[in-house]
Write a protein that binds this ligand. Structure first.
Ligand code: FES
Ligand code: FES
Length: 160
C-alpha cells in the first residue's frame, strides 16, 4: 500500500496489519521513532498522523492510507535542524536520547494546536511520554524555547 511520510508518497510491502513503527524502521529506514514497550505505555514510538501525536507501535498501516504521517526526520536535518530540534540541543535535553524523537513529535503536535502553551499545558500534553533518564525539566525548557522560536518565525514549525 501507499503511505505519505514526511511529505513523500512511498509504497510499502508490509502486511496491512503491521504497526506503523515497524514499517517506518524496517522498510523505510526511518529509525527516529523507537520501540520501547510496544503497548502504548511509553511514547518512545510517537509520530504524528494528521495533527495528532500517536503511538506508532499500536497503529496498523491499514488505517493510514491517505493520512499525513510525520516523523522526527521531517522536523529538520542535521544541517538545518528545525526549531524543536534546535531547542532540544540548546537545552541539552537528551541524556541517552531514546525518548527524544517521541518527545519532539508530541511537542510538535502540541505547538501546532497551541503555539503559546503554559507550563501546565506542556506538562499535560507531554504526560503520555516517559523519559527513563529523568530529563523532564530540560525537555520542558526545550519545548518552551521552541515555542518562543516558532512564534517569532511561525513557518519554522511547519516543515513537511
Ligand atoms: S513503544 Fe509505543 S508506546 Fe511504548
Ligand atoms: S533521555 Fe534517556 S529516556 Fe529520555
Amino acid at each position: 500500500m501507499k503511505l505519505n511520510v514526511n511529505g513523500r508518497d512511498v509504497e510499502v510491502q508490509s502486511d496491512p496489519e503491521t504497526p506503523l513503527l515497524y514499517v517506518l524502521r524496517d522498510e523505510l529506514q526511518l529509525n527516529g521513532a523507537k520501540f520501547g514497550c510496544g503497548l502504548g505505555q511509553c511514547g518512545a514510538c510517537t509520530v504524528m498522523v494528521g495533527s495528532d501525536a500517536v503511538f506508532s507501535c499500536l497503529v496498523p498501516i491499514s488505517v493510514l492510507a491517505g493520512r499525513r504521517i510525520r516523523t522526527v526526520e521531517g522536523l529538520g536535518t542535521e544541517q538545518a535542524p528545525g526549531p524543536l530540534q534546535t531547542a532540544f540541543i540548546e537545552e541539552q535535553a537528551a541524556q541517552c536520547g531514546y525518548c527524544i524523537a517521541g518527545m519532539m513529535m508530541r511537542a510538535q503536535a502540541l505547538l501546532e494546536r497551541n503555539p503559546a502553551p503554559s507550563d501546565a499545558d506542556i506538562r499535560q500534553a507531554m504526560n503520555p511520554n516517559l523519559c527513563r533518564c529523568g530529563t523532564h525539566m530540560r525537555i520542558l525548557r526545550a519545548i518552551r524555547r521552541a515555542a518562543t522560536a516558532m512564534q517569532s518565525s511561525p513557518r519554522n514549525g511547519a516543515q513537511t
